[in-house]
Design a protein around this ligand. Structure first.
Ligand SMILES: [Zn+2]
Ligand SMILES: [Zn+2]
Ligand SMILES: [Zn+2]
Ligand SMILES: [Zn+2]
Ligand SMILES: [Zn+2]
Ligand SMILES: [Zn+2]
Length: 569
């Protein structure tokens, strides 16, 4: 019995122990689970907290951005990220997609005057290095040309493109276009990047003409100014009243300071001043030009026009293995070339050009001399002198008396010269033995037998030359030249083309008086028939009040208006 009782007690105790252990384990498990849950919840809460913070921050940032946009846009908030594509065009006006038009007009942007935008390049490659990207973010400003771009795309003219991407453009160029309100510019200070810009006659007017195609200016921008085939760059140093301004319908003061003297040597040639009667020396390499300029004042011009003096431009070659060509032009043609010049000399070695009252296009003003390295490196001396002719006149007249054919002469059958009849037999016998007549069409020059080998005609144009001159003649006159406008012609035709046909030639606008590129003929049919250039067609569309009736009339219609309305001729 005892034994049974003991066993029963032991079993009970055993069961109690096991229960206790189980309970403890359960408690432990529950405790652990609880802790895990807390940990997890805390983690989730932390994430949620962080998210809430981010969201709030993003919200605040977005609000701030819109506020900034509203402030910059004076009540218009417009900002788009678009893919940039370049388009051929002058000025700073961009092309936007039609959807932008809707968005802008819904906000009444068009009632606030001309539209201006801040355009910034986005560098997506350096997202990790955001601060760096922010610093390198290039920004400029633009007007708008039209709303015809494809969706998601903005068309940038070369001015905007080259200011956003001065080095190389990225694979996918993305830009941010932001509507901004700009105050009207009152003052601008610009500095030419290259020397020589101030050599352009009336260079400020040239710059102003170029600025007319702009809606905005921003400090740090580089403006490209085309003058005929020449291209100049000017950096915008300072603007007033703010660092970016509107230049539409403003009379902004334009201040052009001297080119930076430390600027590295440029591709653009420079005109070195040359004093009349003084000798200058220099070196020119094959294929390049060296330029000089000289001045013909009114007093000297008076002497030249009356025939008492003439201008002599002289090049003396100092070495025999080099050769030059000489080109002279009167301004506005600044840099005479093989293509475009007033006067030229292609003589081998030393050469001189004499300009006198018989030369059309001569007059008082500034002239340029271009020395072209035709062959090898040439050391030269260059000079311009005014030669007095007044005391030569009498002598000249004496020399110019012509030999009239004597009655008692006979024509030599060989050389076609008239010979006194008493000696004709002797002459002809001698003549046939020693002289040969050149058989080339319309040449007929009498040549000594030893000269025949040296007398050659160009197979292209028929002109006669000494044998050693032929190579140069062919190279100068018959090698086709490329005009920057795309046409290919021989020299003579090229000179003609560039003076009367080429769209890149400079002409004086009859409405604003500036030297401007002729351009293609006017797009407007009526203007084309009136013989207006593209520039004149646009420039002449400006209006002015009529002197007689005060009505606003387009400048190009003023003549017709005067005749048709006021019967004036
Ligand atoms: Zn003869
Ligand atoms: Zn001949
Ligand atoms: Zn020829
Ligand atoms: Zn051309
Ligand atoms: Zn004009
Ligand atoms: Zn009138």
């Amino acid at each position: 019995m005892d034994f049974e009782l003991r066993r029963a007690r032991e079993k009970l105790e055993q069961e109690q122990r096991e229960r206790k252990l189980k309970a403890k384990l359960k408690l432990d498990r529950e405790k652990k689970a609880k802790q895990e849950a807390i940990r997890q919840r805390e983690a989730i809460e932390a994430v949620q907290r962080a998210r809430r913070l981010d969201a709030a921050e993003a919200q605040a940032k977005a609000t701030q951005q819109i506020e900034e946009e509203l402030l910059a846009g004076r009540g218009v908030a417009f900002s788009r990220v678009l893919e940039a594509v370049p388009y051929e065009g002058a000025g700073d006006k961009i092309k936007l997609p039609p959807s932008c038009f809707t968005e802008l007009s819904d906000q009444g942007a068009f009632d606030k005057g001309p539209l201006h935008f801040r355009v910034s390049a986005i560098h997506q490659s350096s997202l990790s290095d955001l601060k760096d990207a922010e610093q390198n973010k290039r920004t400029t400003h633009a007007g708008v040309l039209e709303f015809t771009a494809d969706d998601g795309v903005v068309g940038l003219p070369s001015h905007i493109w080259s200011n956003l991407y001065p080095a190389e453009s990225p694979m996918v160029p993305m830009v941010e276009v932001c509507y901004v309100w700009l105050s009207k510019g009152t003052y601008s200070k610009l500095q030419p990047v290259e020397a020589g810009f101030s050599d352009i006659p009336n260079h400020k007017a040239v710059l102003e003409t170029s600025l007319r195609q702009h809606a905005t200016l921003s400090e740090g921008d580089v403006l490209t100014v085309n003058h005929g085939v020449l291209t100049y760059h000017l950096r915008v140093l300072e603007l007033k009243p703010s660092s970016s301004v509107s230049v539409l319908e403003t009379d902004i003061e334009v201040d052009v300071i001297g080119a930076d003297p430390t600027a590295e040597s440029t591709s653009q040639p420079v005109l070195q001043p040359l004093e009349l009667g003084k000798l200058d020396s220099g070196v020119v390499a094959e294929g390049s030009y060296v330029y000089y300029k000289f001045q013909i004042g009114d007093d000297i011009w008076g002497k030249i026009s009356s025939g008492d003096a003439e201008i002599e431009v002289k090049i003396e070659s100092e070495n025999h293995d080099g050769d030059t060509d000489l080109y002279v032009s009167r301004h506005p043609l600044l840099f005479p070339t093989q293509h475009q010049h007033g006067w030229s000399s292609h003589d081998i070695g030393s050469k001189a050009l004499v300009l006198n009252s018989r030369d059309l296009g001569l007059g008082p003003g500034t002239y340029s001399i271009g020395i072209y390295g035709f062959k090898g490196t040439t050391k030269y001396k260059v000079s311009v002198s005014i030669r007095d002719k007044s005391n030569l006149k009498i002598g000249q007249q004496a020399v110019s008396s012509t030999l009239s054919a004597d009655a008692d002469t006979v024509e030599c059958q060989n050389c076609k010269h008239y010979i006194p009849s008493r000696s004709i037999a002797l002459h002809e016998a001698y003549c046939r033995r020693h002289n040969i007549i050149c058989q080339h069409t319309s040449c007929g020059v009498v040549l000594r037998r030893d000269e025949v080998k040296n007398h050659v005609h160009c197979e292209e144009c028929g002109l006669a030359f000494q044998k050693e001159e032929m190579e140069k003649h062919k190279k100068v006159f018959h090698v086709p030249l490329n005009c920057p406008c795309g046409i290919v012609l021989e020299k003579e035709k090229m000179v003609q083309h560039q003076s009367v046909e080429c769209p890149l030639r400079l002409v004086t606008c009859q409405f604003c008086g500036d030297m401007v590129q002729a351009g293609t003929s006017a797009a407007d049919v009526r203007d084309r028939l009136r013989g207006l250039t593209q520039h004149e067609s646009v420039c002449g569309s400006r209006t002015a009040p009529c002197d007689s009736c005060g009505r606003s009339v387009m400048l190009k219609d003023m003549d017709i208006h005067q005749v048709a309305v006021h019967q004036k001729n």
